[in-house]
Write a protein that binds this ligand. Structure first.
Ligand code: PFF
Length: 455
């Protein structure tokens, strides 16, 4: 068993921050954030989202990472180590299951991105003369059974290679190269968008709030997006925290991760909406926004051939650093709790995620009309994990740290690595306690009720 003395550690402080930021930054920022913003009225949604991220996401991320660092375990082992009750390890188990489920459908969308690298290199976009052409091409590709499953397989195999190599060699090294590259590539696409004629309209949409578009649902939508985007509530941050050492400053690292995740979402928003408005596209397009719209945008911009290639490479990199963390959660559980060999766990669960991903890929063709409760398999997997399991997990983590673990023990652990914060700005710790004990659980509870359709 990997006990704490043998357990792998991050090679450096920045290794943890980059890997955790890599988990957080993914399709949620670049694919989902823009379209959700587009559907929820732009700037007003962004303001509410940012409040949710900092008032709920940040305190819960600190709690989750702390659970991991203290116990040096996977999500199930962490709860086992800190409580005698049989209930809490199930919270961890739900996280492991959610991670597996997210990996399966996430890899389908990530697979499209891999496929679009090829489409852009092959110059397919240059033939598009109307917005419909891009949409039709996307529908044609996703309706091809072999394309969807093939791309899914390629993406999962790449994720497996990184997790197979282990924490330092695979995840940390990969993130150290991939994350800064992603940042640079995104800025290039953003500058391209900003230099387009008409891009001002996109900026107005993103930064001038129209409060009339805000409804009660908007707040809850923003909260849900914050969970998904920050990889919160299922033990991904807990697992990455388990490879941290006691000298690391958790509040500072958490703030950096949350800040990077938010900045990347906003940069992605600027890159996409300046382009969308600059070429007269529809902001409220929905989940297809990137695949339906951007190829057209690329054909209309100077240098668009290269921008297109860069963009889809970037999207794949972002998805990869997230899928790695999803597979790592499952792997850590089987290595720690079931004494599996790391390599076997990666092979078995990578393959199983591929199998469970198949019905998600088929949801865009053969199984399009096989619906349960009005949802196809992809929608169902997406709904169950993101809308039910993540908020529930996040709420329970906050409750566990706030009430069950014992606040004295919590603070003793949190203090390691952040002694200065405790001595110089103790009020920050007091605010954190209030957010974790009261504010976060109550608000998350509301998200949950909403996702269950109760109000
Ligand atoms: N945060 C990732 C994104 O924004 O794309 C998605 C994700 C990764 C969710 C890992 C949950 C997770 F554990």
């Amino acid at each position: 068993m990997a006990n704490s003395s043998q357990r792998e550690k991050w090679g450096s402080k920045i290794g943890f921050v980059l890997a955790a930021a890599g988990s957080a930054i993914g399709l949620g920022n670049i694919w989902k954030f823009p379209y959700v913003v587009g559907q929820n009225g732009g700037a007003a949604f962004i303001i509410i989202y940012i409040i949710c991220v900092f008032a709920i996401g940040l305190p819960v991320i600190i709690a989750e990472i702390l659970l991991g660092r203290t116990t040096q375990r996977n999500p199930v082992g962490a709860f086992k180590a800190l409580s005698n009750s049989k209930f809490w390890p199930y919270v961890g188990a739900m996280g492991v299951f959610a991670g597996f489920l997210i990996l399966s459908f996430y890899s389908v969308v990530a697979g499209w991105s891999v496929g679009y690298i090829y489409e852009s290199i092959a110059g397919v976009f240059s033939g598009f003369d109307s917005p419909n052409a891009a949409g039709n091409h996307f529908n044609q590709l996703t309706s091809n059974v072999y394309w969807g499953i093939g791309m899914l397989a390629i993406f999962i195999i790449i994720s497996m290679l990184f997790v197979y190599a282990g924490v330092q060699k695979g995840i940390e090294k990969g993130s150290k190269i991939l994350m800064p590259l992603l940042f640079i590539l995104l800025i290039i696409v953003m500058i391209r968008g900003l230099t387009l004629e008409g891009s001002n309209e996109g900026l107005n949409f993103l930064f001038k709030p129209d409060w009339s578009k805000v409804s009660a649902n908007t707040i809850l939508e923003a909260l849900g997006q914050a969970f998904f985007s920050l990889s919160l509530g299922m033990g991904a941050m807990l697992t990455y925290g388990s490879y941290m050492s006691k000298e690391d400053n958790i509040p500072k690292a958490s703030l950096e991760i949350v800040f990077l995740d938010t900045i990347i979402a906003i940069i992605a928003g600027v890159a996409i909406f300046t382009a969308v408005f600059g070429t007269g596209q529809n902001a409220g397009e929905g989940p297809g926004l990137i695949f339906h719209t951007l190829p057209i945008v690329f054909t209309k911009m100077p240098g668009g051939y290269f921008v297109g290639i860069i963009f889809f490479i970037l999207l794949t990199i972002a998805a990869l650093t997230s899928s790695i963390s999803l597979l790592e959660v499952v792997t850590a559980y089987f290595v720690d709790e079931k004494k599996w060999k790391r390599h076997n766990a990666v092979l078995v669960f990578g393959f199983l995620a591929f199998l469970v991903g198949i019905p998600s890929a088929l949801s865009f063709n053969l199984m399009q009309n096989s619906k349960i409760f009005g949802m196809n398999f992809f929608d169902m997997a997406n709904y169950l994990s993101s809308n039910v399991m993540l908020p529930l997990g996040g709420m329970l983590i906050a409750l566990f740290v706030g009430y069950v673990w014992g606040i004295d023990k919590v603070l003793t652990e949190l203090k390691y690595g952040s002694e200065k914060l405790f001595s110089k700005s103790r009020w920050i710790i007091s605010v954190w306690i209030i957010l974790v004990k009261y504010f976060a659980p109550v608000l998350i509870f509301l998200v949950l009720l909403q996702s269950l359709g109760i109000f």
